[in-house]
Structure formats: C-alpha cells, structure tokens
Ligand binder design. Structure first.
Ligand code: IPE
Ligand code: IPE
Ligand code: MG
Length: 244
C-alpha cells in the first residue's frame, strides 16, 4: 500500500497491545507444494513486515505466538528447523532490533528451551532491556496453563518462605508473577488461518481482549490485513461487563 493511502488513526484510540497467533505456515506451503519449512521461512518475513507496521502505527506492545508448549508434539525435524530458524534470525536481526530501539522479551518457559538458544535469547533480552521503543514479546515454549502454573508455584514458594501472605494474593499480585508482568493486557488478539480457538495462548490476559480472526495465512499477512483488523477493532463497543 502506498504510504500516502494509509489510514490516519487517532493514536489514542489504537490498541496499546496487539497479540497475534501466527498460524497457517504449513497450509501456505502445502498450497504451493512446498515443504512446511518454506512456510516457516515465509512466516519470518511476515513477522518482520508486521513489526515494521506496528512500529509505524506507534502501537507500544506487540506479542507474537511463535512456539507453544504443545508444538513439541511435531516431528523432530520440524521442531529442529524451527529452533534453527529462530537462532539464525536472532543472530541476524539483533543489531537491527537494537538500532530500532525495540525491547525484546520472551514469554514462556525458557527452562524448557535448548540451553544454547536459551542463553542467546537471554543475552538478546539483556542487550535490548533499556530500549524505550516497541516492546516485542515473543512467546516461545509458551502455554497459558504452564504460565499460570509457574506463577502459582512462585507464589506458593514465597508463602512457604514466609515472604508473602495468602491474603495478599489477588488479581494484581498474581498478574505480577506472570510472564507479562508490567505490561498492559492485549486490547486486540489477531489469529490468522481461520481457526476459532485460543490454543493455550495468554489465557489469563485475554479476559477482555477483542478477538479478530482472518482466513489469511500467516505468510501472507501484511499491513492491509492489520488495517482491516484495526478498523474492525475501532468499531467494537468495549464494555468490560458494565451496562451499555
Ligand atoms: C504456525 O503455522 C507456526 C507454528 C505453530 C510454529 P503452522 O505450522 O501451525 O501451520 P498450519 O496450521 O499447519 O497451517
Ligand atoms: C498455535 O498454532 C501456536 C502458534 C501459532 C505458535 P497451532 O497450529 O499450534 O494451533 P492448533 O494446533 O491448530 O490449535
Ligand atoms: Mg497451525
């Protein structure tokens, strides 16, 4: 889309946090008689495009679902390929992310990631920790249930150590133990490739998130689709349980 033809949004009304379930890489490849790996590679390009558009719109937080706790069930060669793709892109893109003032965060159970990659991910987060631009959360070995269980364990341990009282446990103190601590909850959740399900993503955080599903497959995702999602989001009446 020509930059001049881009919609002009009132920044105040835009979502502060967009979360995306990037689905459909395999189907994109299948349609083209290509191996699934080609779909994942094209998916990375779509992610780069998306980060650019989100930054241009001035949306402060983007969270993308890259690998779920259930995705380990896939064949070993696909899992290995995804891990390699991640390592390669982390290497190639870190300086660009840093130059663009992006703060990288990983959501998910890093303990369950291969040790070498875990170290590199932690280093990348450290390198970009002081950046003040887009907060980019990548959900890796992430499951909403796993995240909640880890938070429960952390809180139980503190209670056991006498550092925290049971009556202090509430939605705020619990939320502060989740991987998304300190971040606003997603305003808009986008899922590509048409599936009407959450697949264990951000279970706690999406209590009042607006959900938008498109049939577009993730590798085909582009700024026009983002604008379509935002246009729809801006028409929603968010009531948070209150009377109309
Ligand atoms: C999303 O695409 C990428 C990951 C889950 C890692 P898929 O690989 O799930 O693509 P489909 O759903 O098989 O089309
Ligand atoms: C959700 O996609 C996970 C990611 C996008 C990383 P899946 O392809 O794993 O979800 P299901 O299996 O269709 O629910
Ligand atoms: Mg899928």
């Amino acid at each position: 889309m020509n930059k001049k033809n881009r919609p002009h949004y009132d920044k105040e009304r835009l979502p502060k946090h967009v979360a995306i379930i990037m689905d459909g890489n395999g189907r994109w490849a299948k349609k083209r008689h290509l191996p699934r790996q080609a779909g994942h590679k094209a998916g990375i390009t779509a992610l780069k495009r998306t980060i650019e558009t989100i930054m241009e719109l001035g949306i402060p937080v983007l969270t993308v679902y890259a690998f779920s706790t259930e995705n380990w069930k896939r064949p070993a060669d696909e899992v290995n390929h995804l891990m390699n793709l991640l390592r390669e892109n982390l290497h190639n893109e870190l300086s660009d992310l840093h130059e663009n003032n992006i703060k990288l965060n990983i959501l998910g159970d890093l303990q369950g990631m291969p040790a070498g990659l875990r170290e590199e991910l932690l280093k990348a987060c450290e390198t970009t920790a002081e950046n003040t631009g887009l907060i980019l959360n990548i959900a890796l070995n992430y499951g909403g249930r796993n995240e909640i269980v880890r938070a429960v364990r952390a809180i139980a341990q503190q209670v056991k150590n006498g550092e925290f009282n049971v009556d202090e446990i509430d939605e705020i103190t619990f939320g502060a133990r989740l991987d998304t601590k300190g971040l606003p909850e997603p305003d808009l959740l986008i899922r590509t490739a048409g599936e009407m399900r959450i697949s264990n993503f951000l279970l706690w955080q999406i209590a009042y998130t607006e959900i938008w599903v498109t049939d577009v497959l993730w590798p085909d995702f582009n700024e026009e689709v983002i604008f379509e999602a935002i246009d729809d989001y801006l028409k929603r009446d968010r009531r948070f349980g209150a009377a109309v």
